[in-house]
Design a protein around this ligand. Sequence first.
Ligand code: F6P
Length: 323
Amino acid sequence: MKKIGVFTSGGDAPGMNAAIRAVVRSCVYYGITPVGIKRGYDGMIRGDFENLGPRSVSNIIQQGGTMLKSARSKEFMTEEGMERAYQNVYRNGVDGLVAIGGNGTLTGAHLFQERHGVPVVGIPATIDNDLIGTDFTLGYDTATNYVVEAIDVIRNTASSHNRLFFIEVMGRHAGFIALRSAIAAGAEATLIPEKDTPIDELVGILEEGLHNNKSSSLVIVAEAGESGRTFKIAEAVQERFQYYDTKVTILGHLQRGGSPTCFDRVFASRLGVAAVEALLAGKSDIMIGREAKVITYNPLSEVLGKEKPIDDELIRVSKILAI
Ligand code: F6P
């Protein structure tokens, strides 16, 4: 193996830059030429390749976003798009790929290696933490830390005015961001797509809080891929429970950028080194992860399309502590 291509695709996540840096520098360490592919599969189709070196990735470990840029490419999922991408990989002499991204990115990587035989290793990077085969995905720790900071700020104003706040966080099909940040910020209730919480139950929780002398309440809602979901829930609750003045805050993309935490930087560094070493050891079609502190190498076919279970113990803890 003489050249390894690296790209980021799908929604950006803090720590992607640290992972790119780790891949590039590990390549150089092992005498391999690292090649950056811009805008994910889109750049692969258009031939946007660039040789990188250790100095190309200086001063990026602390930056959110991705220096290679990102995109969601529908074209890549067509036979012609994938063929064009393969021609460019071949023409540029790239012998192996490191794909950094979430479920969509890794699905593309799996299909590409299956169809064209190019060795591919995936690094799980999405703030949603919705991939199995790894306890954390890259960016999740950073995103939840920003979310907690925002909730803390909202808590100040909520308690000053005796208000009920519904705070919507990201998580297209998953409640990991919502549940973790709700525990860390001491929220009264959490609504996640994995568990149905009827409005009656939610109103019951809020009434109980009032009974227990709470002067304000915070409900964390996972967006669950449904636009307007939180406004609808807030309206339904307001109709039944009028004690508090009710407000809605959507955190949106504020939670997806920003400087990565120490955890995500170290995690990205370990994943990047492991990805290059895996390719050099002849591994392919796998996702590098970390389970119980150990770096893992799971076949992509065993990771993709499966729902990561939410930790029931965290739900229990959050309920006990919300009294
Ligand atoms: O996959 C990460 C994520 O941030 C989801 O939580 C969210 O639903 C989605 O991306 C938003 O994507 P976009 O920024 O492309 O609208």
